[in-house]
Every structure is written in structure tokens, then in C-alpha cells.
Design a protein around this ligand. Structure first.
Ligand SMILES: [Zn+2]
Length: 324
């Protein structure tokens, strides 16, 4: 079969999945309960009394504890078995993913998720969800590789069959782009492996481009002046999307650190000191402490920024101890 007709054959099969439910409704393993709500709120740092304070919750419009709406999907997740897809019950969605894997689209990445909430869930509610494969895109070329976007829609219902919320989820099932082969060096020996590259995208490329020039910039909110790192689109304090940046003074102290010995990844030298550095500018960043015996690194130690080339095409903001 030619590549073209194999692709047509695959796409014909893909079409048969559009619009179908992936399987019978998935029922939450546990009813909505206060313990899980409390744990969720603790992790999220959410102290809304309607979620965590039974007495205060009685005086709200809810008349008692309710679950944070954003917990919607948490109720139907099946726990640790999700870590091992082999143990999960097969359904139309796993079948679709397998079909694409069999055709070389072996990798998957989640790209979008939206949720909507119809009503608050109360302890004792039992949620069930049905998942429909809403659409499958044409084959698309992406930075990760070529693949298909799969959109699913979950509808969440309570024990009476009434809708309580919905979720759309999009994944890209793709053929991972071939990594460039390390070119042999002049002497014929294989090229030295290089460090893993951090992704550069719309929200952080400007920061890496400054590093390429040997400069460490810190993002600053134009609304309230708060500094933030790593770069991101919105201010966590005032929600402004307007920002500029200031050059770092490059002075700081080790706030926390760890020394990595194993596992050893190609391109890194071990032992490797990974530290959270608190800059006098007012942000913290994760970096490496170099030019220092790992045993000599201490919390509170003064360090100075040094933007250095770690291989032929990558510069990183590293820190060296300030010699007393
Ligand atoms: Zn702000």
C-alpha cells in the first residue's frame, strides 16, 4: 500500500470515531465528600469558607459545604491506575489512540481544556460522566511533529441524571519530530551530547533572547510594578497583562539547594548543584551554582550572576560564589 493510500485508509477509520461515546458512563469512585474537598482546598490554597468551614457554610446560600466547581473532573478520576494505561479498561478513546499509535503517531500531548459548571456539588452527590469524541482534525504539522488533534467532550451528571457541568479536552496525537543526529566532530568521534533545551514560546522567547545576549531580564508588571519570574503573561497580583522588564543586578543569595548525583543525564556534569537563588532585585530563580565545591555550598551564601555558554549554542544564567 502506498503511503498516500495508507493515510486515506487511516483517515477513513478516524472518521468512524467522530460523534461516538467512548463507552458507558464512568461513575465516580467516591461520592462528593468533605475530606476530598478539604484536601483539594489545602493543595490549592483556597480557604473559601463555603468549602472548608461547615459552620460558616451553613450561613451561605448553599446551606452547607459545597465542592469547588473546579473539582469537577477530580470526582471521576480513577486514581493511581491511571499511571499505568495497561491496567485501564479499554474504550473507544483508548482504541482510537492505539489506532494512531499503530500508524506511527505514538506521542500524545494535551493542548486545551475548558470546563463549564451548571450547579454546585454537595457532599453525597454522585457524579458520572459520558465522553464523546467531538471531532478529529485533518493531519496538522506542529512544532512537535505531524499529528491529529482529538477533541472530546465530557458531560457530568448527578445521581438524578441532571447535568452538573461539562469539559472539553483536546490532545494532539503525533509522530515525534526526528531529533537531529549529533554530527560527528572533525576527528570522527561522536559530538558531545548537549543539555536539554528549555522550550521557547510566545511568552518567554524574549527572556531567552536576552540570555543569548548575555543579559538577565526580570519581567515587571506595568500595572502594579510587581516583578515576576519565570516569565508569564499575567500579573498574579493585579491580573494586568501589561508588562515590561528590568535588567537584574545579578546579586543574590542561595535560598535553597540540592546536589544531584543520580540519575546522570548526558550533557550535564555531576555532581550538579541546583539552587533556588534569591536575587536582591526581588525574585527567586532556579539555576546552577558553578565554580564551587558542592560541599561548600550553603544556604545564605552570596552568589553573583554569570551568563555563560554551556555548549556551542546555549547560554544559561549561572551563579558563582562571591569570594570573600
Ligand atoms: Zn500587577
Amino acid at each position: 500500500m502506498s503511503a498516500q493510500s495508507a493515510k486515506e485508509e487511516l483517515e477513513k477509520k478516524l472518521k468512524t470515531y467522530v460523534g461516538i461515546e467512548t463507552g458507558p458512563p464512568q461513575v465516580a469512585p467516591e461520592p462528593v465528600n468533605e475530606s476530598m474537598i478539604l484536601h483539594w482546598c489545602e493543595v490549592m490554597g483556597d480557604r473559601n469558607p463555603a468549602y472548608v468551614d461547615a459552620e460558616a457554610a451553613k450561613r451561605t446560600v448553599h446551606g452547607g459545604i459545597v465542592a469547588p466547581p473546579t473539582m469537577l473532573q477530580a470526582w471521576i478520576l480513577t486514581g493511581i491506575e491511571m499511571a499505568n494505561p495497561a491496567t485501564m479498561r479499554p474504550n473507544k478513546q483508548t482504541e482510537l489512540h492505539q489506532l494512531l499509535s499503530d500508524h506511527g503517531y505514538t506521542s500524545v500531548v494535551a493542548t486545551n481544556c475548558e470546563q463549564g459548571y451548571t450547579r454546585y456539588l454537595h457532599p453525597g452527590d454522585r457524579v458520572a460522566t459520558t465522553t464523546t469524541i467531538e471531532s478529529i482534525s485533518e493531519e496538522k504539522a506542529t512544532a512537535l511533529g505531524i499529528g491529529y488533534f482529538i477533541n472530546t467532550r465530557d458531560v457530568f451528571r448527578d445521581q438524578r441524571g441532571e447535568e452538573v457541568g461539562w469539559m472539553t479536552f483536546r490532545v494532539l496525537k503525533f509522530k515525534p519530530a526526528q531529533q537531529p543526529q549529533a554530527a560527528p566532530s572533525a576527528g570522527g568521534a561522536p559530538a558531545k551530547p548537549t543539555r536539554m533545551r528549555a522550550p521557547r514560546a510566545f511568552d518567554n522567547a524574549w527572556w531567552w533572547e536576552a540570555i543569548d545576549r548575555g543579559e538577565l531580564l526580570i519581567q515587571r508588571c506595568k500595572g502594579c510594578g510587581t516583578l515576576r519570574h519565570p516569565p508569564r503573561p499575567m500579573c498574579g497580583k493585579c491580573q494586568s497583562l501589561e508588562w515590561d522588564s528590568i535588567p537584574s543586578k545579578g546579586e543574590g543569595k542561595v535560598y535553597s539547594f540540592t546536589v544531584l548525583h543520580h540519575p546522570q543525564f548526558p550533557g550535564y556534569e555531576y555532581p550538579l548543584v541546583c539552587a533556588v537563588v534569591e536575587l536582591t532585585d526581588g525574585i527567586r530563580m532556579v539555576s546552577n551554582i558553578v565554580d564551587c565545591d558542592p560541599d561548600a555550598v550553603e544556604i545564605g551564601m552570596s552568589v553573583r550572576l554569570s551568563v555563560e555558554a554551556v555548549d556551542e549554542s546555549l547560554k544559561l544564567p549561572l551563579f558563582r560564589p562571591v569570594k570573600k
